[in-house]
Write a protein that binds this ligand. Structure first.
Ligand SMILES: Cc1ncc(COP(=O)(O)O)c(C=O)c1O
Length: 465
């Protein structure tokens, strides 16, 4: 075990991060009490050397670590791949690419059996939306309010929160946003000009909203009636996270394209893909335009070997079943908490190990992160809905680890309850809640409060095991 880092070490790291990487991000992390440093990354935990705490990782880099940190089987695959391979030339025939493509075709539902590789989630979304426009010859894309699809060109244009978009407008034309789980809104928008409807089967950054079966089935029918393509973004939900291998299996709705990334990299080596149906509209377009999407860093030979092992590991251990069991346990415990503290916890939602609790005010997100961190749980609030704290530990989590996580969450919700009178007071002062819910105001206020916290903390408090 590494010795605890000193306050001076932490200050140095923060200064260098602020100077060379991102000063604003540093402020944001500190305000949200997310300024931990990861060492000893193993299984479902890591250690923050500054506080000395071993933290349960309930963020998993927004659902990227399904097979857990430093999974030995995946590590071994990476080591072996590095011994004999390198990234490979992107466009050449490769048995490693073929092996992964075959595996993806075998595990994806229905006739989703064609694969295009990408280097990350955003690029996979770009590739899917380009394919939709290219194959249909239509411009229109329908996406959902508060959706999160990444920060690249097409993906950013499909991002449903203005917050991420407005500095860069005009973005791609032809994108329209409809409320999630609202079939009538899609019915009103879809037309013969629509190339695709794109959505996350469970909205993640929006605050954990599972799409209901009737909605997803209705989308499939509407797309078929209008000749539009249906795209499911399974970048966060894929590979067991929701209690099935892919979230679309809950409804049985097979999209025309499915994007995957994050956990396909086994928490060690990034990779991503678009898996699309064997239908002439799509396969003919790709055959006629083989270079319509080129990526030098997606589907590299090393990445494909690692991805294959990560998937084999998930299959061998039937991790989706563990996600369903542990997710049900966590959700039941959070529902108990909601019954006990209805004023604090407004709602509990989720599917499998993608679970969120909702507070009344956005500014409760950072406070909850802090309370959790103090009890050894690292969790982040939703990017597009800070009042929703999400819990997404690696899906390898065991029963006893889940018991400890639940005990810590209980304690943290209890700690935060003491702050509720403040929230209620703020709600009574006209404009106060709105002001506190503004991200920039929050960042300034919470950074200010942390200065006091720091100056008041005893050295022993800074190194609690
Ligand atoms: C649902 C979803 N789509 C797309 C992305 C973008 O992935 P990446 O960050 O790999 O570009 C993310 C990342 O958080 C995501 O959660």
């Amino acid at each position: 075990m590494n010795p605890p880092a000193s306050a001076a070490d932490k200050r140095r790291i923060e200064e260098l991060f602020g100077t060379h990487i991102n000063r604003g991000q540093l402020k944001y992390l500190k305000a949200g009490h997310l300024d931990v440093i990861e060492t000893e990354r193993l299984g479902v935990r890591f250690r923050d050397p500054f506080s000395g705490r071993r933290m349960y990782d309930c963020f998993s880099s927004a659902g990227s670590f399904n097979v857990s940190r430093h999974n030995p089987a995946v590590m071994q695959a990476l080591e072996e791949a590095v011994d004999s391979l390198d990234m490979g030339t992107f466009c050449l025939l490769s048995e490693h690419k073929i092996a992964l493509a075959e595996k993806l075709a075998a595990i994806a539902p229905g006739d989703l059996e064609q694969v295009l590789f990408a280097s990350g989630g955003g690029e996979a979304i770009d590739c899917a939306l380009k394919l939709a426009r290219g194959a249909t010859g239509r411009p229109g894309i329908i996406a959902t309010v508060k959706a999160y699809h990444g920060h690249t060109g097409f993906a950013l244009s499909a991002n449903g929160k203005p917050h991420y978009r407005h500095y860069f407008e005009p973005l791609m034309p032809g994108f329209e946003f409809v409320p999630f789980n609202d079939l009538e809104a899609v019915r009103r928008s879809i037309s013969k000009e629509t190339a695709a409807v794109i959505l996350e089967p469970v909205q993640g950054e929006a605050g954990i909203f599972p799409g209901n079966n009737a909605y997803l089935e209705g989308l499939r029918r509407l797309c078929d009636e209008h000749g539009a393509l249906l795209i499911f973004d399974e970048i966060q939900t894929g590979f067991g996270r929701t209690g099935k291998l892919f979230a679309c299996e809950h409804s049985g709705v097979i999209p025309d394209m499915m994007t995957v990334a994050k956990s396909i990299g086994g928490a060690l080596y990034p990779n991503a893909a678009v898996i699309y149906r064997t239908i002439p509209r799509l396969t003919d377009f790709v055959a006629a335009h083989p270079a319509f999407h080129i990526t030098h860093n997606g589907g590299t030979d090393i990445a494909c070997r690692v991805s294959l092992k990560a998937i084999e590991y998930i299959e061998e251990h039937r991790l989706w079943e563990n996600a369903a069991r542990m997710g049900a346990k966590l959700k039941a415990a959070l529902e108990d908490l909601q019954r006990e503290q209805p004023k604090a916890v407004r709602d509990v939602r989720g599917l499998g190990l993608m679970v969120g609790i909702e507070y009344g005010d956005e500014f409760m997100g950072p406070l909850m992160s802090d309370a959790l961190a103090k009890r050894g749980v690292f969790a982040a609030y939703s990017g597009n809905a800070p009042q929703v704290m999400r819990f997404m530990p690696p899906i390898t989590v065991t029963e006893s680890e889940m018991d400890e996580i639940i005990a810590a969450i209980r304690g943290a919700v209890h700690d935060v309850r003491r702050l509720l009178p403040l929230a209620m007071l703020a709600a009574k002062i006209p404009g106060a809640s709105k002001l506190l819910n503004d991200e920039r105001v929050q960042t300034t206020v919470f950074n200010f409060l942390r200065l006091f916290e720091r100056s008041g903390a005893q050295p022993s408090e800074r190194h609690q095991p």
